[in-house]
Design a binder for this molecule. Structure first.
Ligand SMILES: NC(=O)c1ccc[n+]([C@@H]2O[C@H](COP(=O)([O-])OP(=O)(O)OC[C@H]3O[C@@H](n4cnc5c(N)ncnc54)[C@H](O)[C@@H]3O)[C@@H](O)[C@H]2O)c1
Length: 369
């Protein structure tokens, strides 16, 4: 049997050697960060970006591991939450980097969830036209999704992630141990993304999630490591084929069209991202049933898994149906009023459908609202 301390490496192959990098996954990595960083960075100065919650739990430990190995740390602690992904905190980051004489030979470390990763990544992409950075994701969402694939961004008052860049890290270091302190609602957000990978390309992952619910929800290392590895492998394969989202990377938006609309009309207050995506995945499942004859038993299994992980199947926002429907067309990717759906032929086999009649969309929305 595989030891729990085993280290798994997944290569992100971008077909351009100097940009290829590794995702390294293993319990206890936190205490060996210096070893891995030393493999790619010969300098001393590190700009460590984190947020106040992660700082409270892990800041001292990370600083200690790195300082003992001789690194000089400049710390940038963001407020926790989405507001940090904004131009004032980006500017403050540039200011600190300049005040502390950072240059392109130094390193930025992103220690935190998707907010920290996205902001630190965009800082790295743009400071002096690009400074190396390493991701140490601490939420499940960041470990299975946002730290992998090189999308970085900040928000604009007119919308989320509108200012950004594709910029790949030099390495991603994932320790499932970070999840022990993660609030359960945040854990579920990540689980919604793991389920999404299963729904779009990997039925075995779904069966694993169905069979190991207790272990996963009890944060057992072996089960967590398995779902993180599988998710990263799937995302790595998709990013390899389509780094800049011109084709199959769109499959990763399964459940997100309606999910994003729900989040937006409720001003990002009522649902977590994972809850909104869960409802969106149920809707996409129902839509697949209407359009592609996805079998009822398959839609039932999809719903059963979503429910099993404490995620919602529908919402109580009935009065806003029209608003949610109209919001679907705001997406930056919508062209000529044609929505681009990610649907399922069966669980584990997604495809892109741009020919869905908007009448059917309305009917499905009525059903989930
Ligand atoms: N770049 C991408 O490809 C991509 C993909 C998906 C999402 N995102 C972005 O990711 C962001 C959401 O990321 P998120 O869900 O990780 O949210 P987040 O970064 O806000 O973290 C969620 C909360 O958990 C706290 N936290 C983080 N790690 C913790 C830990 N180990 N223990 C206790 N608390 C911890 C944070 O302080 C925060 O309060 C959004 O801005 C979204 O746009 C980016």
């Amino acid at each position: 049997m595989r030891s729990e301390k085993a280290i798994e490496k997944i290569k992100i192959d971008l077909r351009e050697e100097q940009r290829d990098y590794e995702i390294i996954i293993g319990a206890g990595l936190l205490n060996r960060l210096d070893k891995y960083i030393g493999q790619l960075y010969q300098g001393k100065k590190i700009f460590l970006v984190t947020d106040e919650n992660v700082m409270k739990f892990y800041g001292e430990q990370v600083k200690e591991v790195l300082s003992s190995a001789g690194y000089e740390i400049t710390l940038y602690v963001l407020p926790a939450g989405e507001e940090a992904k904004s131009s004032p905190y980006l500017k403050k980051g540039y200011d600190y980097l300049l005040e502390n004489n950072f240059n392109r030979d130094n390193l930025i470390l992103a220690l935190g969830g998707g907010v920290v990763g996205d902001l630190a990544g965009f800082l790295a992409a743009t400071f002096m036209r690009g400074i190396p950075f390493v991701q140490i994701p601490t939420t499940l969402l960041a470990q299975v999704d946002s730290s992998v694939g090189g999308k970085t961004a900040i928000n604009h008052p007119r919308g989320k992630n509108l200012i950004g860049a594709f910029y790949q890290p030099k390495m991603v270091l994932i320790d499932p141990g970070f999840l022990q302190t993660l609030p359960v609602r945040e854990l579920r957000t990540g689980l919604a993304e793991v389920l999404k990978y299963g729904f779009i390309v990997d039925r075995d992952l779904l069966d694993f999630m169905a069979g190991h619910r207790e272990e996963i929800l009890n944060l057992e290392t072996a089960a967590l490591t398995r779902i993180i590895q599988t998710s990263c492998r799937i995302k790595a394969a998709i990013v390899r084929e389509d780094e800049k989202e011109k084709g199959m990377r769109a499959l990763l938006n399964f459940g997100h069209t309606i999910g994003h609309a729900l989040e937006a009309v409720t001003e990002y207050k009522k649902y977590t991202h994972g809850e909104a995506v869960a409802i969106g995945m149920v809707a996409a499942g129902e839509l697949s049933r209407s359009v592609e004859n996805l079998e009822k038993a398959e839609v039932d299994y999809l719903k059963e898994l979503i429910r099993a992980y404490g995620l919602p199947l529908s919402c109580q926002y009935g009065e806003g149906l029209k608003e949610v429907y109209e919001r679907l067309f705001y997406d930056k990717k919508v062209q000529k009023n044609k929505l681009r759906w990610i649907l399922l032929k069966e669980l584990g086999a997604a495809y892109i459908d741009e020919g869905v009649d908007n009448k059917i969309v309305k009917e499905v929305l009525e059903g989930i609202m």
